[in-house]
Design a protein around this ligand. Structure first.
Ligand SMILES: NC(=O)c1ccc[n+]([C@@H]2O[C@H](COP(=O)([O-])OP(=O)(O)OC[C@H]3O[C@@H](n4cnc5c(N)ncnc54)[C@H](OP(=O)(O)O)[C@@H]3O)[C@@H](O)[C@H]2O)c1
Length: 290
């Protein structure tokens, strides 16, 4: 199976590259090779490649910047995925496209299923939702995988920022009234081949590590794991902030965006591991040796 991964230098794309390099005929494409903001570039360059599966891990992911650069966000997150789906159709290839828990408005208080109405409250969410519709609308076998709070070793995220702050400062804090589930890029990379088969059902699929937490609980877990691994920190506990304190944010974020993985479990017969276990694994593997 020939696979092309877009966004191969990103947090998720780089993890997919590492996981699949030995097992598949794989090519990574980064922004310098194909710019998703240029649809002609996308058509011209990807049209010339040979593949059976295209994985799109590229996106305009800065939630606040999307709010102020709406045309660019729509181009990269909505129009480009539509073109990718068309190219895949022409090549009889399958598209796996990543999306986000931020397509939901956050008003629910139980895990969001694939059938729940997506009603974004930010332009990032809106552009990603528009991309989902274009991908799903283009072909029955294409898959949209929604993930949440992605972390991994290839690009720093919230958890790394918290650890860094705890190494430098005695008091740190994080938002305590916003809930979803951290998801480890390695776990996404391990589960994704379940969807590679072209005969497999297309549509939307949620994937996240199991459980739910606030950013404060997430950061506290990271600090506890560092302590268990003998990694020296100045801060021991994470204080509570509220969403109201985040006056620098431009975009609104959903208060609750836990993704239900019931469909994934039904499809594969496997459970994603708990987010605390994934965080502990990440810190042991990526911080202990530093
Ligand atoms: N991070 C999260 O917490 C999170 C949560 C939910 C869903 N997701 C989704 O998961 C997917 C992967 O996200 P991630 O965390 O890996 O994000 P990331 O680290 O920001 O990676 C995004 C990738 O897209 C590339 N890219 C951006 N603009 C591009 C353009 N115009 N042309 C070509 N490539 C471009 C980036 O290239 P550069 O390195 O050159 O910028 C980068 O390689 C995205 O679909 C995102 O919406 C992420």
């Amino acid at each position: 199976m020939r696979i092309v991964i877009l966004g191969s230098g990103g947090r998720l794309g780089a993890a997919l590259m590492r996981e699949y390099r030995e097992r598949y005929d794989i090519a990574g494409v980064d922004r310098t090779q194909v710019d998703l903001a240029s649809l002609d570039d996308v058509r011209g360059k990807l049209g010339g490649l040979n593949f059976d599966l295209l994985i799109n891990a590229a996106a305009f992911t800065n939630v606040d910047a999307c709010e102020t650069q709406r045309d660019r966000a729509f181009l990269i997150n909505a129009q480009a995925p539509g073109v990718l789906a068309e190219i895949c159709n022409e090549k009889h290839a399958k598209l796996i496209h990543f999306s986000t828990d931020y397509v939901f408005d956050g008003e629910k208080r139980a895990p969001y299923t694939e059938e729940d109405r997506a009603d974004p409250i930010s332009f990032y969410g809106e552009s990603k939702r528009a991309g989902e519709k274009r991908v799903i609308g283009a072909g029955n076998e294409h898959v949209v995988v929604r993930v949440s709070w992605v972390f991994g070793p290839d690009r720093p995220s919230f958890i790394d920022a918290m650890i860094k702050r705890a190494q430098q400062e005695e008091k740190i804090d994080a938002v305590s009234d916003k809930f979803s589930t951290p998801t480890y890029t390695d776990d996404i990379a391990k589960m994704l081949p379940n969807l590679f088969d072209r005969g497999a059902e297309g549509g939307i699929l949620h994937f996240a590590n199991a459980g739910k937490c606030s950013w404060q609980e997430y950061a506290q877990c990271a600090l506890d794991c560092c302590r268990d691994n003998g990694i020296p920190l100045k801060a021991r506990t994470v204080g509570a902030l509220t969403l109201r304190d985040m006056s620098s944010w431009v975009a609104r974020r959903p208060v609750y965006s836990v993704l239900s993985t019931a469909k994934y479990m039904e499809l594969t017969g496997t459970l994603p591991r708990a987010w605390r276990e994934a965080v502990a694994d990440y810190i042991t593997r990526c911080y202990s040796k530093k």
